[in-house]
Every structure is written in structure tokens, then in C-alpha cells.
Design a protein around this ligand. Structure first.
Ligand SMILES: Cc1cc2nc3c(=O)[nH]c(=O)nc-3n(C[C@H](O)[C@H](O)[C@H](O)COP(=O)(O)OP(=O)(O)OC[C@H]3O[C@@H](n4cnc5c(N)ncnc54)[C@H](O)[C@@H]3O)c2cc1C
Length: 259
């Protein structure tokens, strides 16, 4: 079974994230870049399914030059090959364009299942997997905490407030996963060495039959009109408990109209 994992490189979640003046887009050079956290679970699930059914795991990403580092990390976890959609004109692409480009790139790879994370930590739209499935004309099974494949049927468990739903679809399909699904492995030394020689294909817009005016900021359906720096954090108020701590806290909260 051939699996493609959609992996996004994002700014480190624990670093301060900034927009860049000029075009109000995310300043990707302002912090370290990492694999989007939930995408590590998507990669792990792809590897587990490959171990159970055979086939290959391909990592697909649309991102800037240094997204190659994240592809190599995924390859060192055990994925077989990478596809990197890289083109300066893609800068500032919206979710709809991102999905269109990913769907085009999927047209260059053989797959039975596409596995994605359920949310990217930088813009948190949680919509790309659904848009990709729509563009491909295949089923989407979202929010999976468990995935099983039997012949041409994929079944997931989707967590709900009261338990879980069992959802079935025919392959090929797009499945998005949540972090409850597994525990991503760490790359081994052997895996890191092996990753260096695994193939990574770079695709430009023209390779995908797309033109620069269909993507990027010029075609974006969402724009950041303006933004302000968050004000510096003010010093906190310390309430000393001298026998009346509870009342003092209540008074403080009331003065702020919080109770
Ligand atoms: C107002 C606004 C401003 C924005 N500004 C910028 C900006 O300046 N610069 C910028 O880069 N982005 C910007 N974006 C975000 C850009 O639109 C998203 O990165 C992109 O559309 C995907 O949406 P998402 O990251 O929320 O993905 P989600 O839908 O939350 O991601 C779900 C899953 O889809 C897959 N996925 C998502 N993106 C990719 C990808 N690129 N490659 C492979 N798999 C992927 C992953 O598996 C991920 O776990 C902005 C978005 C908005 C709404």
C-alpha cells in the first residue's frame, strides 16, 4: 500500500512568532523551523501501515527551501522518499491554493492513502485535508485516533465528546489524524544515515502545470490587512494572605469585573 503523508514545516511552537513588515506574512526566518507536531503522528501512522501492509511512504510538502530539512527528518524516521514543492511564487499562499498545489503534486505520485495532520500549529485552519480530498475527488476521513485498512476499505475511529464514531471509506482516501493515534518514533542513527541517500524530488509550479498568477499572495483568498505587536506583559499583582487572602482575591477579581 502506497501512502503519501502531507507534512508542513512550521515555526517552532515554543518560539516567538512574528509577521514581517511589507507583506504582513509570517516571518519564517525569525525562528527555528520544525515538522508540524501533528504531522509527526501522521508520519508515524504511515510507517505503521507500511509495516503492516508493505508499500512505500512518500512525504509531500509545499514550503520554502529549508523545508528540505524536515523532509530529511521524516526520511530518517523511515519514510522512503520525499516530494518538495518549491517555488518563490508560492510565498503567502492561502489554504485553498495550498490544497490545489498539493493535489496537483499528488497527481505525480502513486498512492492508496493520503495521511495528514488535523491542524498546522502556525495558522491552525484545519482545512487543508478536506480541501485536498475535494480537489482529488476522494473521501476524507477526519480526526482519526485509529486507522485500519482492509483491502480497499479504510476505517477510522473519530473521537467525539461521548466516545467515538467509526467511519468507513473506499481507498484512495484522505485521512487526517489527531495526536491520540500513536507515539511518533525518534529517528535512529541508522535511519539518519540512510535518509541522506533517499530520493527527494523537487517540483516547481511549471512542473505542476500551474502559473505564478494562480498562487501566492496575488491569488490569496485571505490577507492580513494590519497588525500590532502585543503589548509587553505588565507586572502581576501579588495578594499576600494575612488571614484575608480569599476576600482580597475576590475583591481584586470584582474590581476587574471578572466576578
Ligand atoms: C490570514 C492568514 C494569513 C496567512 N499568512 C501566511 C503567511 O504569511 N505565510 C504562510 O506561509 N502562510 C500563511 N497563512 C497560512 C496559509 O494559508 C496556510 O499555511 C496554508 O494555507 C495551510 O493552512 P494551515 O497551515 O492552517 O493548515 P491546516 O489545514 O491547519 O493543516 C492541516 C494539515 O494539512 C497539511 N498541510 C497544510 N499545509 C501544508 C503544506 N504547506 N504542505 C504539506 N502539507 C500541508 C498538514 O498535514 C497539516 O497537518 C495565512 C493564513 C491566513 C488565514
Amino acid at each position: 500500500m502506497n501512502i503519501v503523508v502531507l507534512m508542513k514545516q512550521v515555526p517552532d511552537t515554543y518560539a516567538e512568532r512574528k509577521l514581517q513588515a511589507g507583506d504582513n506574512t509570517l516571518d519564517r526566518d525569525a525562528s527555528d523551523a520544525v515538522i508540524n507536531e501533528i504531522d509527526e503522528y501522521a508520519i508515524e501512522e504511515g510507517l505503521l501501515l507500511k509495516e503492516a501492509h508493505g508499500g512505500e511512504v512518500t512525504i509531500l510538502t509545499m514550503g520554502p527551501d529549508r523545508a528540505t530539512e524536515s523532509i530529511r527528518k521524516a526520511l530518517s524516521m523511515g519514510a522512503d522518499k520525499g516530494v518538495h514543492v518549491l517555488d518563490d511564487a508560492l510565498h503567502g499562499s492561502c489554504a485553498i491554493t495550498t490544497a490545489k498545489v498539493l493535489a496537483k503534486a499528488l497527481g505525480t505520485v502513486e498512492y492508496d492513502l493520503v495521511i495528514a495532520g488535523s491542524e498546522a500549529t502556525d495558522s491552525r485552519l484545519s482545512i487543508v485535508p478536506a480541501l485536498v480530498s475535494e480537489a482529488l475527488g476522494v473521501a476524507q476521513l477526519s480526526g482519526a485516533r485509529k486507522v485500519t485498512v482492509d483491502g480497499s476499505t479504510v476505517t477510522i475511529e473519530r473521537t467525539t465528546d461521548t466516545g467515538f464514531d467509526r467511519v468507513e471509506g473506499a481507498v484512495p482516501a484522505v485521512v487526517s489524524v489527531v495526536e491520540k493515534i500513536n507515539e511518533p518514533r525518534y529517528p535512529s542513527f541508522k535511519g539518519i544515515m540512510a535518509a541522506k541517500s533517499k530520493p527527494v524530488t523537487t517540483l516547481s509550479l511549471s512542473d505542476l502545470g500551474l502559473s505564478p498568477d494562480e498562487v501566492g499572495l496575488v491569488a490569496s483568498t485571505t490577507t492580513v490587512e494590519s497588525y500590532e505587536e502585543a503589548p509587553p506583559r505588565a507586572a502581576g499583582t501579588i495578594v499576600k494572605d494575612e488571614g484575608n487572602g480569599g476576600a482580597a482575591i475576590a475583591e481584586y477579581l470584582a474590581s476587574r469585573k471578572l466576578i
